[in-house]
Write a new protein. Sequence first.
Length: 255
Amino acid sequence: MLKNRAFYLWFIFTLLVVGFGLYIQNQMANNTHRTILTKQVQQRSLDIYSFSNKGAIMGAAIQMGLTSDSVKQRIDGTIPPDDHHLKIELESIIQEYNADSAFIVDRHGLVIGSRNRDPKINSFGVSVKYRPYWKRGISGVSNIYPGISTVDYERGLFFATPIFQQQNKQSPVIGVFVIRINASELDRELSAETQPAALTSPDGFIFASNQSDWVGKLSEKISQAQQQRLIDSQQFAGLFTKIKPSALPFQLNND
């Protein structure tokens, strides 16, 4: 009987050791897999930014800010917000590039002319002076800014470029022209990947992904200072004001 008991104890101990060994192996495999996915995610993010920065959308925004008489006249106040020619130009941009909206921002950060794909949405009179894309644009720098609209709360890429007083880039900057593309375009771009992939902000907010349950989460925990910065910039509208989005159960980093 003692021999049988000893055998069973040894058998149970062996199962525990084997089970623990399998658990460790599984954890190591998961960690390795996550490291590989992290590199793929970050590389894909860089590819998308490179693709966007050289695309026709930014070229169209630059052209509007440099050569459009209607845009310059709206900044000067010589035509009304509903001017027929301005309306046609903005709607053409929306149709040509499948954009959510196209709008004109004056030197004070106020939207003074806009068209939206959804006619029920109107951003006229909205202040965007806290938005980095406007700050860079009014400083003469064309830029792409990922964020959530404070008007319709849609994710979007904001293509912003200076509006020049004359048809040359040496003339004064008098406003900012913006084209907003829905972030679902990025989701579709990422859907071509066979592995999980995401586009994250510098603070770790998952802005777009081919994993729908990742979108809107954090790739890692953020500090109170980071959260306050996101609240102040309203990059993701009011998302960080009351609660902090949950983080993924693993971190997307190269450690």
